[in-house]
Design a protein around this ligand. Structure first.
Ligand SMILES: Cc1cc2nc3c(=O)[nH]c(=O)nc-3n(C[C@H](O)[C@H](O)[C@H](O)COP(=O)(O)OP(=O)(O)OC[C@H]3O[C@@H](n4cnc5c(N)ncnc54)[C@H](O)[C@@H]3O)c2cc1C
Length: 437
């Protein structure tokens, strides 16, 4: 694109993370001429960093409830194959201090786990049963903590429900999750046959597949092309401006976080709507990955430290392609609160606890270490699930041709599932307009 010329397409997509790429791929496959503008490199928070032969994915690329995931729809409709690597529940453990016990990710795990006693297991199973049969829906104005108090659950059952939520929702404050979100999520998870799956080749393999679809349909991708402003006419957006040039289109899908959008929309009616969401708090995590020369074989591929709310995933157990021959890639994630981010002592303490967790479960890692990778304030989800932090809508009535997608938007599931479902919804709304005309 020439910086002085204005290019015309059907749909402009702003942001090249998982939401932007999936929306661009889908719309181009359905016949739209698309152009995607990304301020940096493709991938966003799903970016992969290659260091000394190890491919460090930012996240563990775990897809929850893969048989009902929207990614299955993308697979079919975009004619792409995802290399699914199913999680092995037998290899998932909770560290409960002096021993490891099964994670109740399925019925077998539930009966084996030492996290609860017999009677509590029955009560817990009953609560789960109620969610499955839609007897229990929760309420948007009731946190899961308040819901549990009202229902007089035993301390062990309460703790089990919160421990599960902490590890699934990537939060150190599971008690603040709205109860309807909690039950919706577990209804889906407990009815799936594939509760967790990883993606072979990591996020990068998905990114490459979306790019292939966009390119085979004649779509264009511009990287290092930050969108700085938009031009509006009446209740429509007509153009976006970037250093790499300006693009005009009939429809726009904005897949950049609300903090970025509020800068782009200065002096438009959308500025105020979007600003509201820019103040919300993300789910922050501390990520500490290790690239090891030789595998340290242990009987688990996932360990969750219940007391410290942190976990290790043996990424290379599910995705052997991310390491040099014989190597191992481990990823530790600790949940941190916003107020802890600037507290250097607390951060050092978390780092020390992660190393101690590695010492305990992967003894000898220090001798095998080739390359560590740390990220002290990663945002696992741009809008954390907590009371009074509702996700951003996929469109606002102010503008008729502006749509929004990302893990800060309304959608199903959480984490990347929110990015994918909101991208799908935004794309459908655009395609629907053709049918309505
Ligand atoms: C440590 C970690 C672990 C995770 N683990 C998992 C997991 O196991 N499973 C799972 O499902 N999810 C996981 N996630 C979450 C998942 O990575 C995110 O949900 C997903 O990548 C978000 O994609 P997105 O497109 O919605 O947003 P983003 O990735 O944030 O994409 C937004 C894009 O917009 C671009 N942009 C911003 N401003 C502009 C502008 N002005 N102009 C142009 N472009 C702009 C950005 O550069 C970025 O590329 C994890 C995340 C982290 C950080």
């Amino acid at each position: 694109m020439n910086t002085t010329e204005v290019q015309h397409v059907d749909v402009v997509i702003v942001g090249g993370g998982l939401a932007g790429l999936s929306a661009a791929a889908y719309l181009s496959e359905k016949g739209k001429k698309v152009a995607l503008l990304e301020k940096g490199l493709l991938g966003g928070r799903a970016v992969t960093i290659n260091l000394k032969g190890f491919s460090f994915n930012f996240g563990a690329h775990a897809i929850y409830g893969r048989d009902t995931s929207i990614l299955r729809t993308f697979e079919k409709e975009l004619r792409i194959d995802v290399d699914w690597r199913d999680f092995k529940p037998d290899k998932a453990k909770y560290d409960i201090g002096n021993e490891l016990t099964s994670v109740p990710a399925n019925v077998k795990g539930l009966f084996r786990t030492k996290l609860m006693k017999g009677a509590d297991k029955l009560k817990f199973t009953f609560e789960i049963f109620k969610t499955l049969t839609h007897m229990e829906k929760g309420h948007p104005h009731l946190s899961i903590k308040k819901w549990m108090d009202q229902h007089h659950l035993t301390e062990d059952v309460k703790e089990m429900m919160l421990t599960l939520a902490s590890s699934n929702f990537f939060t150190s404050e599971p008690e603040k999750i709205p109860s309807d979100v909690y039950f919706d999520y577990y209804r889906r998870l407990f009815t799936t046959n594939k509760p967790v799956a990883y993606v072979g080749g990591g996020w990068q393999s998905l990114i490459n597949k979306f790019v292939t679809v966009i390119e085979r349909n004649g779509g264009e991708i511009f990287t290092k092309a930050r969108v700085e402003s938009v031009t509006t006419e009446g209740d429509r957006i007509v153009e976006v401006q970037s250093k790499k040039g300006n693009l005009r289109a009939k429809e726009f899908v904005f897949c950049a976080p609300p903090s970025e959008l509020s800068k782009m929309f200065v002096d438009t009616n959308l500025e105020h709507s979007v600003k509201h969401y820019a103040h919300y708090e993300p789910s922050y995590v501390f990520v500490y990955d290790l690239g090891l020369k030789n595998r340290i074989d242990v009987p688990y591929s996932y360990v969750y430290d219940k007391h410290n709310k942190m976990f290790i995933t043996d990424i290379s157990f599910y995705d052997e392609g991310c390491v040099p021959d014989g190597g191992q890639l481990l990823q530790a994630i600790a949940y941190i609160k916003k107020e802890e981010l600037e507290d250097k002592e607390r951060i050092a303490e978390i780092e020390g606890k992660i190393e101690a967790m590695y010492d305990k479960h992967f003894e000898g890692w220090r001798d095998e270490l080739v390359v560590p990778r740390k990220s002290k304030r990663a945002s696992a989800q741009e809008i954390k699930w907590k009371m009074n932090q509702e996700p951003m809508p996929v469109y606002f009535p102010d503008y008729r041709n502006a749509f929004f997608a990302g893990d800060w938007c309304e959608g199903k599931g959480q984490l990347s599932e929110l990015s994918f479902t909101s991208a799908y919804e935004a794309s459908q709304l655009i395609l629907q307009k053709d049918k309505d005309q």
